[in-house]
Design a protein around this ligand. Structure first.
Ligand code: NCD
Length: 331
């Protein structure tokens, strides 16, 4: 297996056959599948350290970035990942396209498919848009964030970063702090972390907790100060004002006072606590600048790891698509 760096990862990866043509969310993935993506990404990290940062596995394939919502990190990371694997990349942005003339998602996708595309990376404000697409076109579909539902590659890169710095995830305590209700990042993290044996604590005001939170494999705490000393990881989420209809807390200042990660709070945490954030960061709101740029912060490492995770995901869904086209008859 040429894309696996460490012997244990390579051994595991050698024994596993990836059969998922679409990556729609982490909820459906087994522990073995999660580990397989992480192990595959480990091998791909090495490519980014070469002077010629390119490998051939997607040569001759076309990847479409179909983005109906704003993005900086995710979109560029998918583009670069596809480029590093030698695919051709088609960039589609909803504004300036025929979407504004009334074309449906299905029609847009089918027209793009008629040009001979292999993988669609889709970000959409509607939960379930990638699932819909997987039922109406033949290309492999990768979810790059669907509404408040899931953001699987972000969940994977967060988990990859924790594993890289802490080893096994089993028994680790991970606090996800802030606007959980509107966060697809939180949902993907919850499913992935839970399957790999970590304990997830959701922290935030009751108004920013999701409906039916009791059905999730988590504990909930509304007092950030109470959990700070005991956690191994704090994943700080942005308050997603663009998804919030009504007032959910009195003011930004009040929110930061209760749930912002300040230097004072960090001093009460474990010395080696990992401070994570998926970006974009609202400095001074959910996290103080000094903390975001400090030694515990993994924010830029997450971005670098995101590239390896997306290379792994594009590589694997393409491999599964090839299996299905060949002799394999599983649905
Ligand atoms: C997140 C998203 O879009 O869901 N960002 C990202 O992909 N890195 C989180 C956010 O927008 O706050």
């Amino acid at each position: 297996m040429p894309y696996n760096a460490t012997p244990s990862a390579a051994n595991r990866a050698d024994r596993f056959i990836w059969r998922r043509k679409h990556l729609l969310g982490l909820r459906d993935l087994s522990r073995e599948e999660l580990l397989h993506v992480l192990d595959t990404a480990e091998g791909f990290k090495e490519i980014s350290t070469r002077s010629i940062k390119k490998a051939p596995p997607l040569r001759g394939k076309v990847v479409v970035n179909l983005f109906f919502e704003d993005s900086t990190r995710t979109r560029n990371s998918f583009t670069l990942a596809a480029n590093r694997l030698s695919a051709d990349v088609l960039e589609f942005t909803a504004t300036g396209s025929s979407i504004s003339k009334g074309e449906t998602l299905r029609d847009t996708a089918r027209n793009l498919e008629a040009m001979g595309i292999d993988i669609v990376v889709i970000r959409h404000s509607a939960a379930g848009a990638p699932h819909l697409l997987s039922r109406c076109i033949d290309a492999a579909i990768v979810n790059a964030g669907d509404g408040q539902h899931e953001h699987p590659t972000q969940g994977l890169l967060d988990i990859f970063t924790i594993r890289e710095l802490r080893g096994d995830l089993k028994g680790l305590k991970v606090a996800i702090v802030g606007d959980i209700a509107h966060s697809r990042v939180a949902r993907s993290n919850i499913w992935g972390l839970h399957k790999l044996g970590a304990e997830v604590i959701l922290v935030g005001p009751p108004t920013l907790m999701p409906a039916s939170v009791e059905k999730l494999p988590v504990t909930v705490c509304h007092d950030f100060d109470a959990v700070i000393p005991e956690v191994d990881v704090m994943n700080m989420l942005r308050v997603q004002f663009e998804r919030i209809g009504s007032t959910v807390f009195p003011s930004g200042r009040e929110y930061s006072r209760l749930f912002g990660l300040t230097m004072d709070r960090l001093k009460r945490a474990r010395k080696d606590v990992l401070v994570m954030h998926p970006g974009p960061v609202n400095r001074g709101m959910e996290i103080e600048s000094e903390v975001a740029d400090g030694p515990n912060s993994t924010i830029l490492r997450q971005v670098s790891n995101g590239l390896a995770i997306r290379m792994a995901v594009l590589f694997l869904v393409n491999q599964a698509a090839a299996l299905k086209e060949g002799t394999d008859k599983t649905p």
